[in-house]
Write a protein that binds this ligand. Structure first.
Ligand code: IMP
Ligand code: MG
Length: 183
């Protein structure tokens, strides 16, 4: 039986979305993306580390031919964004003239995504769209459009699991948990 409360590092989190709810939502997003990308061979640019589970499940349900690439950006420490975005690992695919779908775990302030989208647009793709497992619309500071959004959360919510971490732990949990002192 799955735990309702888990301890990750020094904090307690409680179950928010279980794996079957996540699966349903992810398959729905994959369906939308597949329909929109039909007839092209999109490049999925997956952002490490946080999107690894989301990307793996999403890509399994994409039914058009596609390519997959991974990049790593870093902007976060503990439960609050540092606001600093730095590229850690670059893109190895030629994306000129291609449809890109960026796969991200969470778009919160949008700073990470905004900075990445600027870099991707310099490479002259045909289009760039964003698929994010979670968005926090009230926290958005940059004009970032998340075309494919999984779950919408409140500004104060902090979650772990399904790829998302708290102090680098909890990414392995197959369900999504929320910090226990909230809601
Ligand atoms: P942004 O640049 O503020 O949009 O930050 C986005 C990044 O912050 C995400 O890719 C996550 O790595 C991290 N992040 C934001 N909110 C959470 C959360 O609730 N749990 C875990 N990581 C988060
Ligand atoms: Mg991230």
């Amino acid at each position: 039986m799955r735990e309702e409360i888990v301890k990750v590092s020094d904090k307690e989190f409680r179950l928010l979305y279980d794996s079957s709810q996540i699966k349903k939502r992810v398959e729905m997003l994959a369906g939308e993306i597949s329909r929109d990308m039909a007839g092209s061979v999109p490049v999925f640019v997956c952002m490490l580390k946080g999107s690894f589970m989301f990307a793996a499940d999403l890509l399994r349900h994409i039914d058009c031919p596609c390519e997959v690439s991974f990049i790593r950006y870093s902007s976060y420490r503990g439960t609050h964004s540092t606001g600093k975005v730095r590229a850690v690992m670059g893109l190895d695919t030629d994306v000129r003239g291609r449809n890109i779908v960026v796969v991200e775990d969470i778009v919160e302030t949008g700073r990470t995504m905004y900075s990445l989208l600027a870099k991707l647009n310099d490479l002259r793709p045909a289009s760039v769209s964003v698929a994010a497992l979670v968005t926090k619309p009230d926290r958005l500071e940059k004009p970032v459009e998340v075309k494919y959004a999984g779950f919408k959360m409140k500004a104060t919510d902090f979650i772990v699991g399904y790829g998302l971490d708290y102090n680098e732990q909890g990414r392995n949990l197959s369900d999504i948990y929320i910090l226990n002192n909230q809601k």
